[in-house]
Write a protein that binds this ligand. Structure first.
Ligand code: UGB
Length: 626
C-alpha cells in the first residue's frame, strides 16, 4: 500500500495550485490524506492540467479508499509510460485536437508523387539473386512482430496469432512465424563457413489485451521449437482517452476510479525496443537488420528473403515492403512528398489521408486506379526492414517517439463534441518522418499473391468489399496460401490444375489445390525448384501436405489427399500416382454458433474423407512409389 502524507496541511502546501483549488476539486482535497507524496505530485499535475472533473464523483474518505489509491497507481503508470509524462500527453492532445478541429492537413505544404523503388517479379533472375543474398544476410537479422492489436475489425475473440493460418494442417500464425525464422536461421547458417551458433532474436510486442494469451500460447507449445531465450515479449501500455477538445481525460464508463484507456498504436514498438536495451545488445552481437511484421499475413515469409536481399544490396536504411494497391483499399500508400520549401520524404500516407491529400493538390478524382487497374501508389503492407546502426542513431535522438495523430469521431460539423472518447495514436511506419534527407529510404514492391494476404475483416464486412478489391478475411487469407504455393510449384514447372471459383461466407474465391509445406522444405523459389520436378501433376481437388525438409517430389501424380512426414535426417523421394477420395471443403455459415469460431469465420470446414499418409521417422535414404 502507498504511504500517506503526514497531514492535510502538508498535502495542501505540496499542491501549490494557483487559484481556488479547493473549489475546483473539493472531493480530492477531502481525500488527500490517503495519498503518498508522489501521488500528491500527480494530483497537482492533474489539477494544473485542468483535470479536476476526474474527482467530481469521489465520496468522503472511508468510502472506496483502495479504489482511490488504485486510481493514482493507474495515473502513475500512465505518467511513467509516456515520454514527458501525462502532462505532455495532454498538451499534445490539445494541439492535435485543435489542428483536427480547424481541418489542418498533416501534410500541409507537401505534394505527393509516385516514388521509385525496387519492383520484383517472382522467379526471375533478379528475384532469385535477391533471395540468395537475403538468406545469407538472415543470420544478421532480428525479427519483431507487432501483436498488441485486438483486431476489432475481425471480431475474433481470441488473439489473432493463435488463429490457424490454414486449416489443412491447422498450424497457427505464431507457429508458422517461428518455424519460418528457425528455417531461415538454419539456411543462413549453412552458408557460413565453420560453425554458426547464431540464433535469430524474435521480439513480440504485446499489449494488455494480448500479453497473457500470447505467453500461454508459447509456453503450452514449448515455444514451437524455438529456444525460450530467443524470444522476448515487450508489452505496450495503453494511453488515456480524452472526452473533448480540451483533452479532459475520460473517466472509464465502468469504474469512476479509472481513466479510460485505449491502444496507442503499433508505433510504440520503436520506443519499447529502444528502452529495452535490446537494440544495443543486437548491435554488440554484430547484427545488422531489424525486420518488423504484423500479426496475420500468412504469406509474408515468402517475401522476406528477397526483400532483405534488396535492403542489403541497395544499403537501404529503411525498406518498406509494398504490393500493388487498389484505390481506396484500406492499406496505406507509399508516396514521395515534396514540400514547397524543398524538403522531400518517402513515406506511408494512411488510407484515410491519401484521398484528401490528392484532392487538395490538384488531383480532383483523389484516390483512383490508373491504367494498370491499380493505384499508382504502392500499398504499404507494413513490413519494414531497418538497418540497425542508423536506426539506433536515430532513436538516440528521438527516444523512439513517433509523430502522433488523433482521429476523433465528431458528433456534428461544429466539431465541438465527440461521439465517443478518443486518444492519441502512432504508427510504426511513420518512423522515417524524422529522418534526415540523407537517409536511404526505399521500398520493394512484390507480387500481391506472393506477399500479402492479411486476415483483418469479419465475414460480414468482407462480403461487402467492392468487387475486385481483396477481402482480407480468414477465407481469403487461407485461399491465398494455397494459391501462392500452387503458383510457386507451377512456376517451377509442376503441372497444377486451374482453380475453381467457390463462395464461402458470401465471398467468391479461387480454390486451388490445398498445397502446404513446412518452411524448412522451401523458403525460396530455388528451394521449390530443387525439390519439385517438372514431371509432377496435382489436380484441383487435391491436398498435398509436406512435413519435412528433404522430401523430393519426382514424378508424383496426385488426385486426392497425400500427407508426407519425414525426420530431418531422412531423404525421401516420392513418385508415382496417388489417387483417393481426398479432403473436401464443406460450407459453414459464419452465423452458425455450433461451429468453432475459427472455422466459421472462414466459411468452410475440411472433411477428411480419405488420404494417403507416409511417415519416415528414421535417418536414411528412402524412395517411394505406389
Ligand atoms: N498493433 C499493435 O501491436 N498495437 C496496437 O496498438 C495496434 C496494432 P491493424 P491497421 O496491413 O495493410 C496497418 O489494426 O493499423 C498491431 C497499417 O497502418 O491490423 O489498420 C496489430 O496487432 C496500414 O498502413 O492494421 O493498418 C497488427 O499486427 C496497412 O499497412 C498490426 O499492428 C495495414 O496495416 C496492424 O494493426 C495493412
Amino acid at each position: 500500500m502507498a504511504s500517506t502524507v503526514g497531514s492535510t496541511a502538508e498535502g495542501l502546501s505540496a499542491l501549490d495550485i494557483s487559484g481556488d483549488w479547493a473549489a475546483s476539486a473539493p472531493n480530492l482535497w477531502k481525500n488527500l490524506s490517503l495519498l503518498s507524496p508522489d501521488q500528491v505530485q500527480l494530483a497537482k499535475m492533474l489539477l494544473q492540467m485542468g483535470q479536476s472533473h476526474l474527482f467530481e464523483r469521489w465520496p468522503e474518505p472511508g468510502v472506496d479508499d483502495d479504489e482511490k489509491r488504485a486510481f493514482f497507481q493507474q495515473v502513475a503508470r500512465l505518467n511513467a509510460s509516456y515520454p514527458g509524462g501525462l502532462a505532455s500527453y495532454i498538451r499534445t492532445a490539445r494541439e492535435l485536437l485543435a489542428d483536427s478541429k480547424s481541418g489542418k492537413n498533416p501534410f500541409d505544404g507537401f505534394t505527393p508523387s509516385v516514388p521509385s523503388g525496387e519492383s520484383l517479379t517472382f522467379g526471375d533472375d533478379n528475384f532469385i539473386h535477391f533471395e540468395e543474398i537475403g538468406v545469407k544476410e538472415m543470420q544478421n537479422a532480428a525479427f519483431v512482430l507487432v501483436a498488441g492489436g485486438l483486431g476489432e475489425r475481425l471480431g475474433y475473440n481470441g488473439i489473432k496469432v493463435a488463429l490457424p493460418r490454414e486449416s489443412s494442417t491447422g498450424t497457427c500464425f505464431l507457429q508458422h512465424y517461428i518455424e519460418s525464422i528457425l528455417a531461415l536461421q538454419e539456411a543462413s547458417c549453412r552458408l557460413v563457413e565453420g560453425a554458426c551458433q547464431r540464433q535469430i532474436p524474435f521480439v513480440i510486442m504485446t499489449s494488455d489485451d494480448t500479453h497473457a494469451r500470447t505467453l500461454k500460447l508459447l509456453e503450452s507449445n514449448a515455444y514451437f521449437g524455438m529456444s525460450p531465450s530467443q524470444v522476448t515479449l515487450l508489452k505496450q501500455e495503453k494511453v488515456a482517452c480524452v472526452d473533448d477538445n480540451d483533452a479532459r481525460l475520460a473517466v472509464d464508463p465502468h469504474n469512476k476510479y479509472r481513466i479510460q484507456t485505449k491502444p496507442h498504436g503499433h508505433g510504440d514498438v520503436h520506443s519499447l525496443l529502444y528502452s529495452s536495451g535490446l537494440l544495443k545488445t543486437w548491435r554488440d552481437a554484430g547484427l545488422r537488420w531489424v525486420l518488423f511484421f504484423q500479426d496475420t499475413n500468412g504469406l509474408l515469409f515468402k517475401a522476406i528473403p528477397a526483400s532483405l536481399g534488396v535492403s542489403a544490396s541497395k544499403q537501404y536504411h529503411v525498406n518498406s515492403l509494398a504490393v500493388p494497391r487498389k484505390a481506396k483499399e484500406a492499406i496505406g500508400g507509399i508516396a514521395k512528398l515534396t514540400h514547397s520549401d524543398g524538403r522531400t520524404m518517402v513515406i506511408n500516407v494512411e488510407y484515410n489521408q491519401l484521398d484528401p491529400l490528392l484532392r487538395s493538390t490538384g488531383h480532383p478524382d483523389g484516390d483512383v486506379n490508373c491504367e494498370t487497374g491499380y493505384s499508382p501508389f504502392p500499398g504499404n503492407i507494413n513490413q519494414l526492414i531497418l538497418e540497425l546502426g542508423p536506426y539506433i542513431e536515430e532513436l538516440q535522438k528521438t527516444g523512439g517517439a513517433i509523430k502522433e495523430f488523433v482521429n476523433p469521431k465528431y458528433k456534428d460539423a461544429t466539431k465541438t463534441s465527440f461521439k465517443s472518447s478518443t486518444r492519441l495514436e502512432c504508427m510504426m511506419q511513420d518512423y522515417p518522418q524524422t529522418l534526415p534527407p540523407t537517409a536511404r529510404v526505399g521500398f520493394t514492391v512484390m507480387d500481391i499473391w506472393l506477399a500479402y494476404a492479411p486476415v483483418k475483416n469479419n465475414p460480414e464486412d468482407a462480403a461487402k468489399v467492392p468487387k475486385g478489391n481483396p477481402y482480407h478475411s480468414a477465407t481469403s487469407g487461407e485461399m491465398a496460401i494455397y494459391r501462392a504455393n500452387s503458383l510457386m510449384l507451377k512456376k517451377a514447372g509442376v503441372k497444377v490444375s486451374d482453380p475453381v471459383l467457390q463462395v464461402f461466407n458470401g465471398q467468391e474465391v479461387e480454390v486451388w489445390p490445398r498445397v502446404t509445406w513446412k518452411p524448412q522444405w522451401a523458403l525460396t523459389y530455388a528451394d521449390v525448384k530443387s525439390k519439385a520436378s517438372e514431371s509432377c501433376y496435382i489436380s484441383q481437388r487435391s491436398t498435398l501436405i509436406i512435413n519435412g525438409r528433404n522430401i523430393f517430389l519426382e514424378d508424383l501424380s496426385l488426385d486426392g489427399a497425400f500427407v508426407i512426414n519425414s525426420a530431418d535426417d531422412a531423404e525421401v523421394k516420392i513418385g508415382g500416382s496417388v489417387q483417393n477420395k481426398g479432403w473436401l471443403l464443406e460450407n459453414v455459415d459464419y452465423k452458425d454458433t455450433s461451429v468453432p469460431e475459427e472455422v466459421r469465420i472462414r466459411g468452410f470446414r475440411i472433411n477428411k474423407v480419405e488420404q494417403l499418409e507416409k511417415t519416415y521417422n528414421e535417418a536414411g535414404k528412402f524412395s517411394w512409389k505406389p
